[in-house]
Design a protein around this ligand. Sequence first.
Ligand code: PMP
Length: 320
Amino acid sequence: MKHPGWVWMDGELRSARVATVSVASHALHYGSSVFEGIRVYATPSGPAVLGLREHLRRFLRSAHVFKLQIPYDEEQLAFAVIATLAANELDAAYVRPIAFRGAGSFHLDGRRHPVHVSVLAFPWGEYLGEDTIEQGVDVVITSWRRPAPGSYPLLAKVGGNYVASQLIAMEARDRGAHEGIALDANGMVSEGSGENVFAVVDGTVYTPPVSCSILDGITRRFVMQLLAELGEPVREAAIPREMLEVADEIFLTGTAAEITPVRSLDGRPVSGGRRGPLTTRLQRAFYAIVQGDVPDRFGWLSPAGRPRLMRVAGAVEAYG
Ligand code: PMP
């Protein structure tokens, strides 16, 4: 039987067979978890983690907002990520750190419950389906909307927030699309179930601001850096849905979805049903960096090979 792999849990690597949780876990009942999704790319000089610092910082900030005490610092968590990749001998992977409230009572204030921290790593291809990075995806605007500001901490990546995302993703698939884009409580374009949205209209690139109920995506920020360098600075502005309908190009960004072109919106072709020219230029520039074909001029990548293990020796002690 194939070994189920190694999971980092509460300070040590464990076989996935034994890294299990109680059915009484607070997080299972009430969504009291915070998590991250991180991609690791195979490069000529070994595996490289994209945005490790940025993701771990967001992880710790999500925990702060949700009043969840994570007993590890950024360096120890970085070590946990690297150790999990090494143990599973992965060169290209998706990494999922998660911190959650365990079993205790069934009171909604679970702050007295133990906090468990785990890191999973596994291979994961194109999130929205085979060939979608090149061919693009069919998208619908869903009837489910993103929660209003002040109802959920949407800038924090909290498990419970993802009820809205699940409804958006399920509705989209039921309507024959790959993904759904949701409007915010004011009817402005917000984001996909797990991606930020960009639209090119009359030669200007737009993306919704954080006030439109989005997650402040790390890929979104990287893409904004790249587009500025390509001479196409992005305008963060509230986007009415009809502006999406007349867009020359639309693309989605996210760690899992990377940069995915939208080829149709509500059944009508976008950019002639093909990947648009700016999306193509942007993808080229992005993949050249993350796959190590050109120098990492923005400092996005962290090497995940053995040498890095030695360099985080401070955290090795905490781990060992
Ligand atoms: N929005 C939501 C709701 C998400 O879950 C994600 C994925 N983390 C994103 C946007 C994209 O964020 P990132 O680029 O940091 O993965």
